[in-house]
Design a protein around this ligand. Structure first.
Ligand code: CA
Length: 224
């Protein structure tokens, strides 16, 4: 169930949206001013934010920018009565995903929410790694190297996915064991090394200073 945060100071609009979203099987959170909205965005990590621009406390534009500056990629749909704000808020600096001008139909709003959520999920499910020659499609459980599919075992796939999701960070063997094999797994760190070796062979990436997987001595592995 998707969680949607409505940040809107006009209670009648907020309640109308909330009522309709709940009827459409969304989980709804509500904030009535900008600061509360920011705080809830960070704490609750909603799947999508509906953001009014004219808000007490902190206006919608500043809130949007603050979230993006913090690296948040939560999709945001702007709700506004003023057309002139749209270009700015949809621009790179603020990075909203869509907008609705008031008054809007709730039916249309729900259609937009579905579209934005779908787009956001596609972005997460398909990751393009390393200049496009290695692609991991998480939804289809498929790894392509130079346009050719690489057959990986489940663990190899999860291992590669975990390294890719943490690109640039060193993953210790313990961490990889936890993430790929599960916390209850009682295996040895060597298990990780063995699977990394298989994975590297399949990716044609067998050196320690690999293109896709690097060995960080005494620590673990990372995808550069
Ligand atoms: Ca308002």
């Amino acid at each position: 169930m998707h969680k949607i945060l409505i940040i809107e100071d006009e209670s009648n609009i907020r309640e109308l949206i909330s009522y309709n979203l709940i009827n459409n099987n969304y989980k709804v959170l509500e904030a009535e001013d900008g600061l509360q909205g920011l705080e809830m965005s960070i704490r609750e990590k909603p799947d999508l934010i509906l953001l009014d621009l004219m808000l007490p406390g902190m206006n919608g534009m500043d809130l949007c920018k603050e979230l993006r500056d913090r690296g948040s990629k939560i999709p945001i749909i702007i709700l506004t009565a003023k057309n002139e704000d749209i270009d700015k808020v949809m621009g790179l600096e603020f990075g909203a995903d869509d907008y609705m001008t008031k008054p809007f139909s709730v039916h249309e709003l729900i259609a937009r929410i579905k579209a934005v959520l779908r787009r956001a999920e596609q972005k997460i499910e398909v990751m393009h790694i390393s200049k496009g020659d290695l692609t991991i499609n998480i939804e289809r459980h498929e790894v392509m190297l130079n346009g050719k599919e690489v057959e990986l075992s489940l663990k190899e796939f999860d291992l590669l996915k975990t390294l890719a999701e943490n690109k640039g960070m060193v993953m210790t063997r313990d961490k990889l064991l936890d993430k790929v094999w599960g916390i209850d797994y009682d295996g040895e760190n060597r298990t990780v090394d063995v699977h990394i070796r298989y994975l590297r062979r399949k990716l044609g990436d067998e050196e320690a200073e690999g293109k896709y997987i690097q060995t960080i001595r005494g620590m673990g592995y990372k995808m550069p």
